[in-house]
Design a protein around this ligand. Sequence first.
Ligand code: NAD
Length: 430
Amino acid sequence: MLTKELKQQKLRKRGMYENVMKQFNTVADLINLNPNIRKILGITNNELVIHFPVKMDNGEVEILTGYRVQHNNALGPYKGGLRYHATTNTDSVKALAMWMTWKTSLTGLPFGGAKGGIQIDPSNYSNSELERITRRFTYALGDNIGPDIDIPAPDVNTNSQTMAWIADTYMSTRSPSDRSNNQHVVTGKPVGSGGLEGRDRATGYGVYLNIKFWTKENNISLKNKRYIVQGFGNVGYWTAHFLEKDGAILVGVQDAYGSIANVNGIQVEDLQQYVLQNKGSIANYPKSQPIEKDDFYALSCDICIPAALGNQITEENASKIKAFLVAEGANGPTSVEGEKILLKNGIMVIPDILCNSGGVIASYFEWLQNRSGEFWELEEVLIKLEKKLKKVFKKVLKMSRKRNVDMRTAAYIIAIERIEKSYLQRGIFP
Ligand code: NAD
């Protein structure tokens, strides 16, 4: 039996696909996208649904379902994360894959867009079960992934350990002479196994930088600005970590287990220590007050950072938001109707494909590092990341001013026109 919360989440996922299609069609109309290219970009190239058996610790075999959707590879190999979540299904992964195509195009990377995952709640499995699940799924994906074909990365409930298992399984199934040429089948690996220094923090650092660029552009200082974060995982924690260094104050957090607030501020590192000791949950953090789930987005603050799942800011709660800026750490956290309300209320939105693109840019660095056999130091990585992100931010801002559109529309125009240009240059085979 599905719980009420899970049912709601499934509905939100269906909404995500509708959202991404609405966003795409609006921009396609606006730029008068070539009708043939519109047909190509409006569908996904490949949708894999894989049922695979895994032996559990008690000796029983469970059949699990995994997904990989490859939306488009006009600009290079498919690229996108893998999430382990009970609501993972074809529709949600299709939406997320499409967003990846726009993101890699916007950021000027030589990648296309994909996304995938397994329909499980990982908290129901032991570590060794998760390892076997990951390895068996990788084996089942076979040649559908590869360093020049499709390159997964971490996403919700997956991390560098998951990527290490995938890399090892994939490399073990190649011939011994080819093994080390395949390390970059995934990015987001641990640093000791071909991973990039700083990949762990890259997405959150990018969210923070985008907020910094935006506030600087608007002559606003981050010092003492109050912010709320939904999701205190990889993206949420690292964003908060960097914002705190600039003097911003965390006043509310929500995760899958609870919602907390403190008008006097929550110390980011102290909360992170608590979360690490509390099975990844913020619930019952003693130096805060618990609040109702539905009151989270109504908290008084300056900046609001959704960094959990899709379709969280909708027509139901958008009008409660008091911040002047929404910075989308998550993919697809704001519905089309939700965004209309935000913009009408004068709230600016830094869109996901720009705001959280630090992750895929760092993944590109890791891929390059593995291909060339180089090792880049943390400082070097963060400098390169900032340079690239600043360039993309400025491009989006310029486009939004030139065409008098919001930042999401501007980002989509840049992303879609780049792919359109490539198709027009190359034509359609045969
Ligand atoms: P994560 O698994 O590390 O953390 C997810 C967080 O969201 C956890 O704190 C979890 O408790 C919380 N959460 C889950 N369900 C929730 C719910 N219903 N309500 C409130 N909170 C909930 O995942 P992550 O890597 O931080 O990814 C978060 C978001 O950022 C996702 O949308 C992901 O697609 C996006 N993203 C991640 C990366 C990356 O590099 N990891 C890059 C770009 C975008």
